[in-house]
Ligand binder design. Structure first.
Ligand SMILES: C[S@@+](CC[C@H](N)C(=O)[O-])C[C@H]1O[C@@H](n2cnc3c(N)ncnc32)[C@H](O)[C@@H]1O
Length: 396
């Protein structure tokens, strides 16, 4: 019988899919962890998120210890072992080492895994100091180009704090849907902030009857501020440009009490389907889903309020999207900024005179702050404990 726990075997498969086949970590994990019991699934998630987020640091350590080329399964087993030895609380060293060695079998590479992990256990690791961007990139496992940008935009201290926060688990937050009556005593324990419920501990969302009934939905505290910032009222005509999967659309509908017209535009057909399903589950009945390109959107019936939540680099959500930091490129940010400008033009064109426009991105990237009004807010993971958002409002 294998001595490897299902969580670790699952984590190895997911990590290999991410780095060898370019799979998305969260999707690959969902598929591979199906059927695991909740404890094993939770451990698999901690391992995958840890290894993928810490990839830069782990590769730096491997490069200093391994001589010669490593087989992919050996390298991945080493990452898992190092992550457990150095960064994961609550895992005994002997389990971290012996299970990683098993994962690297049957090839001869398991001996390398054993030797390196035992040496690291004995001697520890001295990571570079984070006194400059290069050291900070290795120590906190982010791409160096990104650390340099943040260093320039936010300063050294803020950047160091942000980098460290990006490797912490995200808080679990629900939005209580005011369109569905709910008995507060049925809600899981947590702290309330407006419609947000910040959970005290793990919660089986998919298995919850409240979720199925549309009484609750996961949404970060930062994301929940966006619809409120637009401030829609019942009976108004509201446009949501770039709407799928519909978290903010459904919140807008709730703030409108389900009264008025809410037009939700999404370009991708499959995602428009997901948007429609979100609206149905959350009882957002005043929504019309339109499949269209937001950058060319035109109307002869202008809107009281427009929300533009365009595609962005997502750098404010690195805690919940572990592989994103390794995918984003500087060239992509520049392309996104140009697209965001085109969408802003269309959004302004759809607004009534005196109407309100809100521009929202879930990123920390000066280049993507395309609307710079007097009225704006930014959230930062290390300062606010929630995703990093940039949100600005314009009332022409
Ligand atoms: C940041 S997400 C929107 C998140 C959404 N507002 C929410 O709260 O759930 C951006 C969305 O824009 C869509 N999108 C990308 N290009 C688009 C375009 N040219 N026109 C309309 N939608 C587009 C993407 O498919 C994605 O669903």
């Amino acid at each position: 019988m294998s001595a490897v726990s299902p969580a670790r075997a699952t984590a190895l498969r997911v990590v290999r899919r991410v780095f060898e086949q370019g799979a998305y970590a969260d999707r690959a994990l969902r598929a591979e962890a199906e059927g695991l019991d909740p404890r094993e699934r939770a451990l698999a998630k901690r391992l995958v998120f840890g290894v993928v987020q810490r990839h830069g640091t782990l590769e730096w350590i491997v490069a200093r210890h391994a001589k010669g080329r490593l087989q992919p399964e050996v390298r991945a087993a080493l990452w898992l072992g190092l992550e457990q030895l150095l960064f994961l609380d609550g895992v005994a060293d002997h389990a971290a080492i012996s299970e990683s060695v098993e994962l690297a079998k049957p090839g001869p590479g398991h001996k390398v895994v054993n030797a390196i992990l035992r040496r690291v256990q004995r001697e520890g690791i001295e990571l570079p100091a984070d006194t400059d961007p290069q050291g900070a990139a290795i120590r906190h496992s982010h791409p160096e180009w990104l650390v340099r940008r943040w260093w320039d935009e936010l300063g050294a201290d803020e950047t160091r704090a942000l980098l460290a926060a990006n490797n912490e688990p995200a808080e679990l937050v629900l939005r209580i849907n005011t369109l569905v009556p709910v008995d507060a005593s049925q809600l899981p324990p947590g702290r309330r902030e407006d419609d947000a419920l910040v959970l005290d501990g793990p919660f089986d969302l998919a298995g919850s009857p409240l979720f199925a009934a549309g009484a609750i939905t996961p949404q970060s505290r930062a994301a929940q501020r966006v619809a409120r910032f637009l401030g829609p009222r019942p009976g108004e005509r509201v446009l949501d440009l770039c709407a799928a999967p519909g978290g903010k659309t459904a919140h807008l509908a709730a703030l409108m009490g389900g009264e008025g017209d809410l037009v939700a535009v999404e370009q991708h057909t499959g995602r428009a389907g997901a948007l429609q399903r979100t609206c149905e589950r959350l009882h957002a009945r005043n929504v019309t889903v339109v499949v269209a390109d937001a950058s060319r959107f035109q109307t002869d019936r202008p809107f009281d309020r427009v929300l533009l939540d365009p595609p962005c680099s997502g750098l404010g959500t690195l805690r919940s999207h572990p592989d994103l930091r390794w995918r984003v490129t500087e060239a992509a940010i520049t392309q996104l900024a140009a697209l965001q400008d085109r969408m802003l033009q269309a959004a302004r064109g759809a607004l009534k005179p005196g109407g309100t426009l809100v521009y929202s991105t879930c990123t920390i990237s000066r280049e993507e702050e395309r609307l710079v009004g007097d009225e704006r807010f930014q959230t930062l993971p290390h300062r606010d404990g929630t995703d990093g958002f940039y949100v600005a409002r314009e009332t022409p």
